[in-house]
Write a protein that binds this ligand. Structure first.
Ligand SMILES: [Zn+2]
Length: 326
């Protein structure tokens, strides 16, 4: 690189010459700059993630030694992502693929991985990292799952990133994987993760203080996206707008939810941004309750650009809603 740099510096004064610039050195300069950029991009590990939450944590740890991009966007339902040809192109060039696992992406990701033809990221190869194996997983079924139970995730609830402790574990697992792939950068990744950890710990103190007055509050949620989040921040999920996971609302179940909310004085209905608001709104109307569109993922709205901002956003929404519905 230093030889390249020396040659580049000697190219510098060209622009100051009054006469027309000699074409060949200018061209050489352009080619050099271009090849330096390519060289630098090639140095970086190309990380692709299924969701923006994993991309955000990976970028905290990987810094400028990786490029990272998510396939699904945070405003999409991660159970159902419409496959596009551009996803295949991304996967084809990936060094590392990060997935949530526990069958969250089962409806769309496995065929993309196979069709990418990229041997590095095939399941069980070193470039495939399922983060669920490092996290605390809730709602692991104890009996056999049948279709009659709805779309129950048979390996446990995959929405586990919504507890900051699991975010911390995801970061550590990514740090270990990146260090394994780039041992020369392991100190850099360790330092970045330590910094992330520190900021996460400080943020958790803030979130705990904000939520303290509302610990023990009961809520209704649309889908079972929030067990980790609610357990961590002291809320109790009493029922769901969906009669069964992945099954749209039915009039009889909606009536049950309304009765439960009245009986137990529950005021908040937490809804992910990709669900129809008609049923939640009618429940709120019947009970004097309130619908809160809570974000399950980074990128759910434009300003939520990283993992810490996701919790900032959700917790601010919640404390305002709780304060209004005493
Ligand atoms: Zn789910």
């Amino acid at each position: 690189m230093s030889a390249l740099w020396g040659r580049l510096v000697t190219c510098g004064p060209i622009g100051n010459r009054p006469s027309s610039p000699p074409l060949i050195p200018l061209l050489a300069c352009t080619i050099l700059l271009f090849s330096m950029a390519v060289c630098r991009a090639a140095d970086k590990l190309n990380v692709i993630s299924s969701t923006q939450d994993l991309a955000s944590i990976a970028s905290e740890v990987g810094g400028d030694r990786i490029t990272v991009e998510s396939i699904a966007k945070g405003y999409q339902d991660p159970h159902f992502v419409e496959p596009k040809p551009s996803f295949l192109l991304k996967l084809r060039k990936a060094d590392l693929l990060l997935v949530v696992g526990l069958q969250l992406e089962i409806g769309w990701l496995p065929p993309l991985i196979t069709q990418s033809g990229n041997s590095k990221i095939q399941v069980s190869n070193p470039g495939y990292l399922d983060l669920s194996q490092f996290c605390e997983i809730l709602e692991i079924p104890t009996t056999q799952v049948t279709r009659a139970m709805g779309d129950v995730h048979p390996l446990g609830n995959p929405h586990y990133w919504l507890n900051p402790e699991n975010g911390r574990r995801i970061a550590k697992a990514i740090q270990n994987k990146l260090s394994e792939m780039r041992p020369g950068d392991s100190a850099y990744f360790a330092e970045r993760n330590a910094d992330f950890d520190k900021r996460l710990t400080a943020a958790e103190k803030r979130w705990d203080a904000q939520m303290a007055p509302y610990r023990g509050r009961k809520v209704i949620t649309y889908h079972r996206s929030w067990p980790n989040f609610c357990e961590r921040f002291g809320m109790v999920v009493v029922d769901y707008v969906e009669p069964k996971p992945g099954i749209p609302p039915t009039p009889s179940h909606t009536l049950e939810v309304i009765n439960t909310m009245k009986r137990e004085n529950i005021k908040l209905i937490l809804v992910e941004p990709y669900f129809d608001l008609r049923t939640p709104n009618s429940i709120a109307q019947a009970t004097g309750g309130m619908v809160v569109v809570l974000l399950p993922s980074v990128g759910g709205v434009k300003e939520v650009t990283d993992y810490l901002k996701l919790f900032d956003y959700d917790i601010n929404l919640l404390v305002n809603a709780f304060a209004k519905t005493k």
